[in-house]
Design a protein around this ligand. Structure first.
Ligand SMILES: NC(=O)c1ccc[n+]([C@@H]2O[C@H](COP(=O)([O-])OP(=O)(O)OC[C@H]3O[C@@H](n4cnc5c(N)ncnc54)[C@H](O)[C@@H]3O)[C@@H](O)[C@H]2O)c1
Ligand SMILES: O=C(O)[C@H](O)CO
Length: 319
């Protein structure tokens, strides 16, 4: 009998066909309050699940007694309880690497847009307010030659730092779980303490996984250490930041601005104070959202799932 796979994200048709060739497949383009009961019922006979952007709590996993592998179309694995996977001996596969460059590009767009006030000034032009020379009050700040502080010098952090060093002549300071000799050799990156990073950087850019250790790791204390001219860039996960403290720092202008791709609550509620602040550039979690990169992520996630269900080792296992 064919094994059963539950898909909970829209996948390209040819990749779905690869799954159908080998497994019985049940698809949910999204899971919401209206179809959660059907989703849970489908899990009862599933050996594999594949999807993204849905917290898969242990209640759902308890409803899947035959499960062998979950394959997430993301590098982040914070939608899962890793200890539960270890205890049950389940595999959790993810998609590191293939999204490094697209995500680093998106982060650099936040750096440039925040520093040069691109969104604010584009809206100014569209509103018909450009009547003459703009004047100093609308000037931005330089990016080239400034100091980038990478908190987390992993795969994506390294790709951001590469752009900063080679493309923009920036000085790189970083803090990481352990020193990264390759970044030090190729990017002249300097390892600093966490506090030194917040104090020295013109652009503070965390690129950390969300874990019990990193949840709300940046708060009022850290914003207090930053320069009044510093810009905070976050495209890792919203919950690594105390968002209320960030809003306060931006409102009181104890920091210059922020470029954000991720938020405590997503989608960002329409009444978020962040949306009232001209010194904030907010994006809808688009780090990896290019056609090419999302395709590569979906392919890798399908490869991982098929390998796991065939009894082989998926290439990228988080657990
Ligand atoms: N916005 C987006 O669309 C988007 C896209 C891709 C990834 N992400 C997020 O970015 C995260 C990082 O991805 P990656 O592939 O670069 O991961 P990675 O594992 O290669 O890099 C993370 C780095 O952070 C370091 N680290 C972990 N905890 C730390 C701590 N407390 N202090 C200092 N350093 C610490 C690790 O040593 C590692 O070097 C993902 O987990 C995901 O949440 C977001
Ligand atoms: O973790 C990831 O991969 C991103 O946040 C989604 O593309």
């Amino acid at each position: 009998m064919k094994q059963h796979v539950v898909v909970y994200k829209k996948l390209p048709e040819d990749l779905l066909q690869r799954l159908r060739d080998e497994f019985e497949v049940t698809c949910f383009e999204t899971v919401n309050a209206g179809n959660r009961a059907q989703f849970q019922a489908a899990l009862a006979t599933a050996q594999g699940i594949i999807g993204a952007s849905l917290p898969i709590g242990n209640d759902l996993l308890e409803a899947a007694p035959l499960l062998k592998i979950a394959s997430t179309v993301s590098v982040g694995v914070d939608n899962f309880d890793l200890d539960y996977f270890r205890k049950r001996g389940l595999m959790l596969a993810h998609t590191p690497g293939v999204l490094n460059e697209a995500t680093a590009d998106a982060i650099f767009s936040l750096i440039l847009a925040s520093a040069r006030r691109v969104v604010e000034l584009a809206e100014f032009v569209k509103a018909g307010k450009w009547k003459g020379s703009i004047g100093e009050s609308l000037f931005g700040v330089n990016v080239h030659g400034k100091t980038l502080g990478m908190l987390g010098m992993g795969r994506i952090g390294g790709a951001v730092a590469r752009r900063a060093h080679h493309g923009f002549g920036m000085k790189i300071v970083y803090h990481n779980t352990r020193p990264n000799p390759e970044a030090e050799a190729s990017l002249a990156a300097t390892y600093v303490t966490r506090d030194e990073l917040f104090q020295q950087a013109d652009f503070v850019c965390p690129m950390l996984p969300l874990t019990a250790q990193t949840e709300r790791t940046i708060g009022a204390r850290e914003f207090g250490l930053m320069k009044p001219s510093a810009i905070f860039i976050n495209a890792s996960r919203g919950r690594i930041v105390d968002e209320a403290a960030l809003i306060e720092a931006l409102q009181r202008k104890t920091i210059y601005g922020a470029g954000l791709d991720v938020f405590e609550q997503e989608p960002l509620p329409a009444d978020s104070p962040l949306l009232q602040l001209p010194n904030v550039v907010a994006l809808p979690h688009i780090g990896s959202a290019t056609h090419e990169t999302r395709r590569a992520m979906a392919e890798l996630a399908v490869d991982n799932l098929i390998a796991g269900l065939r009894g082989a080792q998926p290439v990228h296992l988080a657990v």
